[in-house]
Design a binder for this molecule. Sequence first.
Ligand SMILES: [Zn+2]
Length: 280
Amino acid sequence: MKILMIGAHQDDNEFRCGGITAQLKAKGHDVRFLSMCNGSGGHHIMTPEETIKRRAGESAEVAKMLGIVYDVWDNNDCSLVADLETRRRLIRYIREYSPDIIITHRENDYHADHRAVGVLVQDASYMLIVPHECPDTPAMTDTPVIMYYEDSFNNPPFELAAIVAVDDVIDIKLKIADINVSQVYEWLPYTYHQEVPEGKEERFEWLKGLNITEETTDEEVMAATRGYAVRSAKTAARFRKELIEKYGEEKGKKIKYAEAFGLSPYGGKLTEEIKKEIFE
Ligand SMILES: [Zn+2]
């Protein structure tokens, strides 16, 4: 199957779908990342031009590690607008790849670029099968399934449609974060007023946020305030009941890391077959 992850920035796909991407690739599926923005706004010292170049290098390294095609569009950060021109560019792009499933932002989100991506995907979704819309690119015969990244926004709240344990690929996911040096060790710590330790090993330990072991409880995870291991661990803690339902009592209780996905009402039907192929 072909799976297209569409994020606004060069970390949205990585941190919300990095684990499932590694699993899907191992199962022989084709995965593609699109970042609709170029990273221009993501630094406090480098110029936008320098940041765009450096982020592109980091994304190329992520693509190599995951074995995927990774496209970055030339829209500047904080400037993405759900206009007709961008919608049509997206329609053509999706049609050319022709994915079975798309994973993206919800339309409600704190970040204007995330909202724009959510709206653009939603606006493009029906047009994908309309032949007279962008007639230069052959229309698809079916609308792909459209899924959402997990988020914690409450208006309306995120509704879980699929969950996967990612314990087997958490090391890859952490490595992906580690590759994004300009983001995770420079820009984001600047915005959160965090001190990053010196030394590659020390900063990688810091990146995790918490040393999660078999003994670590869901309460400890939920109380932690930062870190990339913590992020995936919080998903497992948040949806513990659903993990137990899916994987059984014994295994479900032990899962430490997970990725969760919602379902867009505007995409194709999430059939049992697709669910099994993608989320088992
Ligand atoms: Zn983002």
